[in-house]
Design a protein around this ligand. Structure first.
Ligand SMILES: [Zn+2]
Length: 252
């Protein structure tokens, strides 16, 4: 317990002195809002392995499996609300200390918490919209889900006939270049880098804290499990983000 106090003290000091903070968030920040971490044991991806992008495009059965998984997810994402960790990041923005939030999540909870939309960079897209896999046009996700629920198989884009899916990134699909460029840009400009609820196992997100480390910018990691960069972090805390973040932002 004493060690945690000391870590909190050190981390809160770093937060207090920083002026241009970047936060990278992963599934761990949203589990406290009731959204399961797909990679964790017993999760939905262990029961139904995630569909990869190539299969989605080429195999009707992969698209059907995609929609079967989405059905159970959509409701949970719709019902989820931001938690204390999301709110703490908004507080940093209000104090004009936040360059931006880079997120691996597609649940839209950072936006719901109240960030200015341009402060949030969604590396893995968003499940709030549907997107055409061919022309990229966005459309309403709830309309698309209704079509699926009503029994439509393989819904197509009304503009170009491409396959429709949520505007999230599947395995084997590239992270959008604009988002990645913006994420790199702020990672190279920050004076404190926070990793929250990410085990740093997925590239390119996992490479971003290294851009800060290269410039000797302090790194704080708050994640339930150890990460590959814990040894390089100034402070690595293995506790819940919703408990720790407010304490870091409000001076423990
Ligand atoms: Zn299209």
């Amino acid at each position: 317990m004493f060690m945690l106090q000391e870590q909190l003290y050190d981390a809160a000091e770093l937060v207090q002195h920083a002026r241009h903070i970047v936060a990278l968030t992963g599934a761990g920040i949203s589990t406290e809002s009731g959204i399961p971490d797909f990679r964790s044991p017993g999760s939905i991806w262990q029961q139904h392995p995630p569909v990869n992008y190539r299969d989605f495009l080429h195999k009707p059965e992969a698209r059907q499996s995609y929609w079967a998984i989405r059905h159970s997810l959509t409701k949970r994402v719709m019902e989820a609300r931001p938690n204390a960790a999301h709110q703490a990041l908004v507080e940093l923005e209000h104090r004009q200390r936040l360059l931006g939030v880079i997120t691996q999540n597609f649940d839209g909870l950072h936006q719901d918490a109240g960030h200015a939309p341009e402060r949030v960079i969604e590396l893995h897209g968003t499940s709030r919209f549907a997107a055409c896999t061919l022309c990229g046009a966005h459309s309403s996700m709830s309309d698309l889900q209704q079509r699926i629920d009503a029994g439509e198989v393989d819904p197509r884009c009304s503009l170009c006939e491409g396959f429709l899916k949520a505007a999230t990134i599947l395995f084997g699909q590239r992270v959008p270049e604009t988002e990645l460029a913006r994420a790199k840009e702020i990672s190279e400009a920050c004076d404190l880098f926070l990793v929250i609820g990410s085990s740093l196992k997925v590239t390119p997100a996992s490479t971003l804290p290294r851009l800060a480390l290269k410039r000797n910018v302090p790194l704080i990691i708050v994640n339930l499990q150890p990460t590959t960069l814990d040894t390089y972090a100034d402070v690595a805390i293995h506790e819940k983000a919703g408990v720790i973040l407010p304490r870091l932002v409000n001076g423990q």
